[in-house]
Write a protein that binds this ligand. Structure first.
Ligand code: ACO
Length: 143
């Protein structure tokens, strides 16, 4: 048994169950070579994807984008996206663990708050992680 660590995702995670983990959110039918290009593009743009993994398995993933505001003297907000726990490992504390990893990272990067959108069924999970309901999400579908 190797220890489970919170760390940035690498391309090696594609062989350790990254895609099946992300697939709990929606079907991932993107070919592997395109995933590699997307990985490079996201790194360039500062879109940081993290995993909770041991040497062989990805247990959870989440993405964090840090935005520097014009106000608050350049204060930083962490936007959280695509939080997912592998279907075989849900309800074992990994969701909470990856949210803690993100929080540590956001604090280290000087963020003053973390925000995310979620469905009603996930409210309780995020409340367990210390979040509270605030305002509403608005959406305009373009395709
Ligand atoms: N309803 C109520 N409570 C819940 C739920 C739920 N659906 N899921 C977890 N909890 C509670 C647990 O009971 C636990 O409570 P405790 O602290 O009192 O023990 C706490 O939340 C932490 O639970 P974990 O075991 O860490 O949760 P898990 O590892 O299953 O991860 C997650 C939760 C991420 C929602 C997972 O079930 C999942 O991947 N779901 C499918 C994908 C998804 O919906 N992701 C979130 C999308 S929103 C976004 O990405 C911003």
């Amino acid at each position: 048994m190797f220890p489970i660590a919170f760390r940035p995702m690498t391309l090696e995670d594609l062989d350790k169950g990254f895609v099946p983990t992300l697939s709990v959110l929606r079907t991932v039918d993107t070919p592997q070579d395109k995933i590699q290009k997307i990985f490079d593009e996201r790194i360039t743009k500062g879109i940081c994807t993290y995993v909770l993994a041991d040497r062989e398995h990805v247990f959870a993933t989440a993405t964090m984008i840090i935005e520097t505001k014009y106000y608050r003297n350049g204060g930083k907000v962490a936007h959280i996206e695509d939080v997912a726990v592998h279907p075989d490992h849900q309800k074992n504390g990994y969701g909470k663990m990856i949210m803690e990893g993100l929080k540590t990272e956001a604090v280290a990067k000087g963020c003053y708050k973390m925000i995310l959108d979620c469905s009603d069924k996930n409210i309780q999970f995020y409340e367990r992680c210390g979040y509270k309901k605030h305002e509403v999400q608005m959406r305009l579908d373009l395709t």
